[in-house]
Design a protein around this ligand. Sequence first.
Ligand code: FAD
Length: 445
Amino acid sequence: MKLQMKNNYDIIVVGAGIAGISASVKAARQGASVLLVERYGFVGGMSTAGMVSPFMKHSINDEVLVKGIYEELEKKMRLNNGMIDNGFYANSFRSAAFNLLFQSKVELALNTEVISVSKNINNIESLTLMTPHGKQNIKAKYFIDTSGDAQLLYLGKYPFEKGDDETGYLQALTLFFRLGGVDLRKATDFVKENKKDFFAWMEYDFDLTKIISVAGYFSVVKEAIKNGELHPSVEYIFYTTLPDSGEASFNTTNILDLDATSSEDLTKAEFIGRTQVQQVVKLLQNKIPGFENSYLLETAVQVGVRETRRAIGEYSISGNDIKNGEKFEDAIARGCYGIDIHGQKDEKSRMEDLPEGQYYEIPLRSLIVKDAENLLVAGRCISSTREGQSAVRIMPTCSATGEACGALAGIANKKDITIRDVDYNELEKELVGNLSKKGNNDVRI
Ligand SMILES: Cc1cc2nc3c(=O)[nH]c(=O)nc-3n(C[C@H](O)[C@H](O)[C@H](O)COP(=O)(O)OP(=O)(O)OC[C@H]3O[C@@H](n4cnc5c(N)ncnc54)[C@H](O)[C@@H]3O)c2cc1C
C-alpha cells in the first residue's frame, strides 16, 4: 500500500465503511488510481466503529442476493475464524477489509477528514483534507460519497433530505456493547420458559453452535425502569451471539431525540449511551438467568447511527418500492430486507418483512446525485425516502451499492467519459454477482 498521498487521483472515495471499501476495491480493480479517505485510524465505519453485527438478511430461498466484494470480505473473515453464520467481530472485519484494500492497491488516507469541497458549477474539482500535518488539497476526476452522512453533498452544497417529512424525526441511536462469560444454555432455557416475555418473531429451537438472536425481557425491563434502575427509553433487551462461545453483542441501548450531524447531540448520545450500557449490564448480571457471571468486554468506539442525511438523486427509492418488490431497467443491486424504522419519541417502531421469496432491485439512478456531474453516492445515504432508507441501509446492501459506484466510476475513468455516459450493459456485466443467480446476464429471477 502506497503511503505518500499524491495531489491528483482518478477517483476519491470518502468514508471507509462497508460501502466505501467496496467502492474503492471495485474501482481500483478497473485500473483507476483510487484514494479512500477515512477520518478514523481504521476502516469499517458502523461495521467496526459502531460494532454492528450481524449482517442482515440478503438471501431468498436458496439464492444469495449480494455476492461480489461483500462475499470476498465474508470469506476472509470466515478463514480467520472471525465470522460464523452471519455474526462477526469488528476486529476481524477490520483485518479482512485492510487486506482486501491492500491487495487491490487502493491508497488509503486514515486519520484524515474531508472538510471542504471546491466546485466549478456542478463539477467537483478538489477536496480539502484535514490531515495530521495540516490541510491538503487533492483533485480527482470522479468522487464517491460513502460517508454515511452524505458529507460531500453537504459540503458541496448539493441539496439533500433529512428525517421524516412531517416530524423531522431521525431513527433512534444505539451504542453497541459485547459481553463475555454468558451461560447461553441457561439463558435460552429461561427464554423458552418465558415466551410471553419475548418478541413474537423469535424462534425457540436454539442451536448454540450457530448465531442466535434473543429479544424481549419486557417485564424485567419494565420493572427496572419503574425502580429507577434503567433509562426509560430502553424498550427491550436484544442480543445476538458471536463466533466465540459465551459471547453476545447487544443492540439494546435506545437514544432518542438527537441528530447525529450535530456535535452537541453526538456528545450527549455518547454520554446517554454509556450510562445505559452500565445500567443494562448490571441488570443482566443481577436479574437475568445465564448472565450472573457475564462481564463487559467492550463498548463500540462510537454510538451507532442509523439515519442522517439522504442524497437527492435521479431516483428516490420509496417504501412502496421495497414493499412491492419493485424491479428496474437500470438495476445495480438487489435486496430483501424490509422496512425497519427504530421509532423516535412518540413514533412507533416498524419492522415490515417482505413476503418469503420476494426481493426488490436498486436502480442506478439512486446513486447518481441530481445536478452533479462527477459525484456518486453509496451506502446508507443513497437517494431514498425515509422508509426506503430504512431497508437499504443494511451492510450487505451498502456493500452492493458501493460496488456499483466503484464499477461505474472505474468504467467512466477507463473510457474518459462522464458517469452518465457509461453504457448500462457494460456496468451490468461488472455487477453480475449481485444481479443474477448464475453469474450470467440472461438469468434474472
Ligand atoms: C445500531 C445499528 C444497528 C444496525 N444493525 C444492523 C444489522 O444488524 N445488520 C446490518 O446488516 N446492518 C445493520 N445496521 C446498518 C449498518 O450497520 C449501516 O447502515 C452500514 O454499516 C452503513 O455503512 P456505510 O458504509 O454506508 O456507512 P458507515 O459505516 O457509516 O461509514 C461511513 C464512514 O465515513 C467516514 N466519514 C464520515 N465523514 C467523513 C469525512 N468528512 N471525512 C472522512 N471520513 C468520513 C466515517 O468515519 C465512516 O467510517 C445497523 C446500524 C446501526 C447504527
